[in-house]
Design a protein around this ligand. Sequence first.
Ligand code: MG
Length: 279
Amino acid sequence: MRLSAPPITLSFSICGALAIWAACWPATLAQPPAARQGRGRQGGARPQDTEVWDPEPKVVTPGAVDSDPPSDAIILFDGKNLDEWVNTRDKSPANWVVHDGVMTVKKGRGASNIETRRSFHNYQLHIEWKIPENVTGTDQGRGNSGVFLASTGGGDAGYELQILDSYHNRTYANGQAGSIYKQGIPLVNPARKPGEWQSYEVIWMAPVFNADGSLNTPAYATVFFNGVLVQNRFELKGETLFIGKPFYRKFDSAPIKLQAHPDPSEPVSFRNIWVRELN
Ligand code: MG
């Protein structure tokens, strides 16, 4: 491509001053020939008219691989301890089992959901989970857990993104892995077989409430399951309920909660959990 400087007189009329012209010069160079010749222009509009330079996005250092936390992430579990978690039941230190860099649901006596010490509003969440290879059971009683994207109270109160063994294990579609429980059927089922690690990448936009408690803006969830889109900015109708129609209850920020489901199947494990606040 032939490159030549724009005529000096034109450059002054565009940029006004030599210093500004110098700043404009690389952008001028970057235009394809047709645009530089004015084809497709809107009433003499200039390329620079639609350039936005500020604010400049903050630099974030990505992980070595996309599943690694970027530099601005809050690490919720890196395989070492449960310092970021408490038992939902009484807010005591989380009592799930940590072994070989993995946390596993504690079932039976003393079982409790666990939730983050911190509260979040809007965020990006990365979480990896595994159904045990020796899992037994059927339907909802096979590898059931869940990520509550906002925990609004004790037990299962809040907004659950379901975890379940959905590899050749039929259940109601709005209750399988990748569903927003009893509300959002996943677009597809990309579940891996038991014994293999799986991932959720979530964008959670919390609901916004008016001062009187009425809903201003609903919650939205976007979810990639093993890298496959399963919830595309899904609009929630309220908290996810086991029984009954969903409805909203006012809150602002809330912990993220993991479910110790009471079914008797072998417990689900988790690793590599991090969050980026989007407020
Ligand atoms: Mg569940």
